[in-house]
Design a protein around this ligand. Structure first.
Ligand code: NDP
Length: 328
């Protein structure tokens, strides 16, 4: 097909315009693999891109969508051939490189990961960057010695995408999970994913003391700002917190006390430029450590023509779990 359906963000009147349009094949960017996209998904970053709330888009016009799963249509890259089933998270897709909310994407072969055995394209995008990030965070906790036997692990932004997948992963691995949420109405949902206890996010959202009572062996944080600082102050001796996000703010007003007096580790998590060996390890772990029934229960499917509207809601903190975008 010379033209294909795509969501396009264009500059307009000092702002931006987003529409579902017919995009010309000839305007795709350079890459050695062309993928027929079956599913993408909605991440917080996609919400920032389509609303223009943060300068996520750094190339105009832009097709949003930071994740894709699909089938290779054409390839001149040695590792890939037509018919291969692939997944791609990050690498600037939807930011600097034309993204995934389109029937077709042309990308670099070195960015792709084979779809793990037994995972379909919809499931892969139900996971998406948010779930992949949750897996990276769990691996980081393990690497820093936070194991199920270490004690309770708190997940902030619990009802969101990273939070929901983190709870499901941690609970399957045998951790005692404490879910921190601003939505008490989601308590049953969070328990169904495996949370043992629910706390109100207000308990963690005030300015942090240098040190507070030791409560958690570890944490996975999507919120940042005071929440991350408070979490650090409440982390037990030798524990670790994986910092994934900034849903509550980008700042971090903390002190060195948790690090030098309790040996706490702050582990940074980046999904975008994550090196290939770790990517493949994370996807392999997702295929074994994520309960598929829980994944299905936390996922809503939306068609491509509803992606923009849905993504505009994620930045308000109103979406629950994960949203897979059906492309065709
Ligand atoms: P979601 O919007 O799905 O989840 C974020 C959750 O954070 C919300 O559901 C809400 O949970 C909570 N929240 C929202 N606003 C606030 C606030 N003002 N104060 C406190 N809590 C708040 O987003 P994702 O889960 O997809 O992403 C979470 C964060 O992680 C984002 O900042 C995103 O940019 C970042 N991220 C980073 C990645 C990386 O590579 N490091 C990759 C993927 C995401 P509740 O209602 O339960 O309180």
């Amino acid at each position: 097909m010379a033209k294909f359906k795509a969501v396009l963000i264009e500059k307009a009147d000092g702002g931006q315009k987003v529409s579902l349009t017919d995009f010309d094949d000839a305007n795709l960017m350079d890459g050695d693999v062309t993928v027929r996209v079956e599913y993408s998904c909605i991440n917080y970053k996609d919400g920032l891109a389509v609303t223009g709330m943060a300068p996520v888009v750094r190339r105009w016009p832009m097709i949003p969508g930071i994740d894709l799963a699909g089938v290779v249509e054409q390839s001149t890259h040695a590792n890939w051939k037509a018919g291969d089933r692939v997944v791609l998270n990050g690498y600037g897709l939807g930011e600097t490189h034309l993204g995934a909310w389109a029937e077709k994407a042309r990308v670099k072969g070195e960015w792709l990961v084979p779809l793990p055995e037994g995972i379909g394209t919809k499931e892969a995008m139900a996971v998406g960057t948010a779930g992949f990030t949750a897996m990276l965070a769990v691996i980081a906790l393990e690497q820093h010695g936070v194991l199920p036997s270490s004690g309770p692990v708190v997940v902030t932004g619990a009802a969101g995408g990273v939070g929901s997948v983190s709870i499901a992963l941690l609970s399957k691995l045998g951790y005692q999970v404490i879910a921190s949420t601003g939505r008490a109405s989601e308590a049953d949902y969070l328990k169904s994913l495996g949370a043992a206890e629910i706390i109100d996010r207000a308990e963690l959202s005030g300015p942090a003391k240098p040190l507070a009572k030791e409560k958690f062996a570890g944490g996975i944080d999507s919120v940042g700002s005071h929440t991350l600082a408070t979490l650090l102050s409440m982390t037990r001796y030798g524990g670790a917190v994986a910092a994934c996000g900034l849903a509550g703010g980008m700042d971090l007003q903390t002190s060195v006390a948790p690090f030098i007096l309790r040996g706490v580790t702050l582990a940074g998590i980046d999904s975008v430029q994550c090196p290939q060996p770790r990517r493949r390890e994370a996807w392999k772990r997702i295929s074994t450590d994520l309960d598929r029934k829980k994944l299905a229960a936390m996922t809503t499917e939306v068609p491509l023509d509803k992606a923009v509207e849905t993504a505009s809601t994620i930045v308000k903190g109103e979406l629950r779990g994960r949203y897979a975008v059906r492309i065709v």
